[in-house]
Design a protein around this ligand. Sequence first.
Ligand SMILES: [Zn+2]
Length: 75
Amino acid sequence: MVCPFCGKEMEKGILSGDGRSAVRWKAGDKKAGFSDTIADQGRVTAAKHTIAAFTIEADYCSECHKMIFDTEVTS
Ligand SMILES: [Zn+2]
């Protein structure tokens, strides 16, 4: 995906979190693992800790520090 803010190519990755540690984003199709926690890599500073584990496919722009993901909101 091209970033709608700066026009650069965004990186595909996975947002993940388990409620016990920081929310992380990792490039590619695998969620962040234990080694990322040890290295403190990929931490999403905007995210607050939550109770349930989750993963979301999200594109990241390292220029604008923005993420985009597709979703619907059920009603
Ligand atoms: Zn951008």
